[in-house]
Design a protein around this ligand. Structure first.
Ligand SMILES: [Zn+2]
Ligand SMILES: [Zn+2]
Length: 302
């Protein structure tokens, strides 16, 4: 199956469907009621009781893209629910989202200093002010940052800590989704490739540890450290458990031995190349062999 990107005029048609206050109100009310469908009259009442003919016209315009009717009741399609998610998350409003000033974010991987997290223009970075290491750089929707600030009256220090925590959790979720083969932009399937011997810019501390994901649908090319890709692998999880490391307690970029495995060696099996990495946590060691698509072919505790 081949995927084609919609043309600008097709996109304009779809987004144009929502360029109307009443239609936006309809989508919003259906979202608030979701998963329950609403009848024509209940929905019309919720959006302020406009003239029946006008209301009917706009409701029809939203079908079939964003709204569907089931037995004379109306509900959102999958696309309609996605539109609400994007609008509410603040990804599309074009305003300056929240910013976070330098906030302590755990141990540096390569020196004894403490890293700092910053958030600006939708991107979170974790870097070391002493040695300059860039420990993480990841897109995070404004809603994720805003929702971390549960209580505006919360002490400044705990508010900052929850922002660092939520960025770490979001990064791990992004890595897990990509590792399972799903694009974090559009949910299309992605194909992973080790970038070791390509011209791609390295994301990992050593270039042989970089993995690029190519989305078959939207063309996005996110990259991750192979250590992050393997974080959810059962053998890696059991290594951590045996070593008494609780993944939930540590920030993702603090897991030094996992994100920057001690030894990485590329070997060839026939015409396929393999990357062999060794994770070491205290006395526990795990050797993981992945193929050139970053899929695990073998694990061995040594
Ligand atoms: Zn450092
Ligand atoms: Zn995609």
């Amino acid at each position: 199956m081949a995927f084609e990107t919609p043309s600008p005029s097709e996109l304009a048609d779809v987004f144009g469907l929502l360029a109307n206050d009443l239609r936006v109100a309809v989508v919003r009310e259906l979202w608030l009621a979701f998963p329950d469908p609403l009848s024509f009259s209940a929905l019309r009442e919720r959006v302020g009781g406009p003239d029946s003919g006008t209301f009917n016209y706009h409701l029809n315009e939203l079908q079939p893209a964003f709204v569907e009717s089931v037995e004379d009741r109306y509900t959102l399609t999958y696309a309609g629910r996605q539109v609400v998610g994007v609008a509410v998350s603040g990804r599309l409003d074009g305003r300056d989202g929240p910013t976070v000033d330098a906030t302590p974010a755990g141990e540096c991987l390569s020196c004894p200093a403490t890293t700092e997290l910053r958030y600006e223009a939708g991107v979170a970075t974790v870097a070391c002010p002493e040695c300059g290491l860039l420990a993480a750089e990841t897109a995070v929707p404004p809603a994720v940052i805003q929702s971390a600030e549960r209580d505006p009256a919360e002490r400044e220090s705990s508010r900052r800590e929850s922002v660092v925590r939520v960025v770490s959790d979001h990064l791990r979720r992004t890595a897990e989704r990509l590792a399972r083969g799903f694009c974090t932009h559009c949910d299309g399937r992605v194909d992973a490739t080790l970038v070791g011997d390509t011209d791609d810019e390295a994301v990992a501390h050593r270039r042989e540890l970089g993995v690029r994901f190519d989305c078959r649908v939207c063309g996005a090319e996110p990259r991750l450290n192979v250590g992050a890709v393997l974080l959810a692998d059962p053998a890696v999880v059991s290594l951590l458990t045996d070593a008494g490391v609780d993944l939930r307690e540590r920030y993702a970029w603090e897991l030094a031995p996992l994100l920057d495995p001690e030894s990485a060696r590329t070997t060839n099996e026939g015409d396929e190349s393999r990357l062999r990495v060794t994770f070491a946590v205290d006395d526990e060691r795990l050797v993981v062999t992945v193929d050139d698509t970053a899929s695990v072919v073998e694990t061995e505790r040594v």
